[in-house]
Design a protein around this ligand. Structure first.
Ligand SMILES: C[S@@+](CC[C@H](N)C(=O)[O-])C[C@H]1O[C@@H](n2cnc3c(N)ncnc32)[C@H](O)[C@@H]1O
Length: 190
């Protein structure tokens, strides 16, 4: 494995666990980079559920998917990821092998619309319930701004108490770089 930035490493990890025909969830669709990546992994027989609270972000995701020519079904949900369990059909849940969170705000957009500790933890809790055995959850967290520092702190506290009998959780974090660049939390269900 190459030492790369956390977003790239999150994709390398997802590629190890998400297979053709699977179902994946992008909890923070934004401009759709992660959604397109997941759609490529699950292929024509698979499905991606992508969430964002901003309708214009989902429009960008839709355009990116259309431009990509990928055949996977992509279902866009203009909703808070804290409620993802209400939106993903029960029949899809046993097939979910990968869930990605790319926290923070949409670059170049309204910075006040950002993920928050409380709802991110609710969403992560749902993700733990939804991911199938052998599946992976990856969280790219940004502690470079005040809200992000608090959110990352809460996420670490939450993840530390996840039962080790069911999950293993790791952090991949740059140690010698200025401005607290993003880091990655990866959680695998046994
Ligand atoms: C860093 S961006 C995601 C980047 C994206 N993954 C991409 O590939 O372009 C974070 C996104 O999370 C969205 N967001 C913020 N709070 C949210 C929430 N509670 N539920 C779902 N999406 C949320 C923002 O609107 C923003 O588009």
């Amino acid at each position: 494995m190459r030492i790369e930035k956390p977003v790239s490493v999150s994709h390398q990890i997802l590629a190890e666990y998400v297979r053709e025909g699977d179902i994946a969830v992008d909890a923070t669709a934004g401009r759709g980079h992660d959604t397109v990546f997941l759609a490529g992994l699950v292929g024509a027989g698979g499905r991606v559920h992508a969430f964002d609270v901003q309708a214009h972000a989902l429009q960008s995701t839709r355009s990116r998917i259309e431009d990509s020519g990928l055949k996977a079904e992509v279902v866009l949900h203009n909703a808070n990821h804290a409620r993802m369990m209400d939106y993903v059909p029960a029949l899809d849940i046993p097939r979910i092998s990968g869930i990605v969170f790319n926290l923070g705000y949409l670059p170049g957009s309204d910075k006040s619309i950002t993920t928050e500790g409380e709802t991110s933890i609710e969403a992560l809790d749902s993700a733990l319930r939804m991911i199938k055995a052998g599946g992976i959850i990856v969280v790219v967290a940004y502690a470079g701004h005040d809200a992000g520092v608090k959110e990352a702190h809460r996420i670490h506290e939450f993840v530390r108490q996840i039962p080790q009998e069911q999950f293993c959780a790791y952090v991949y974090q740059p140690l010698n770089q200025i401005n607290n660049p993003p880091h990655l939390v990866a959680i695998r269900k046994h």
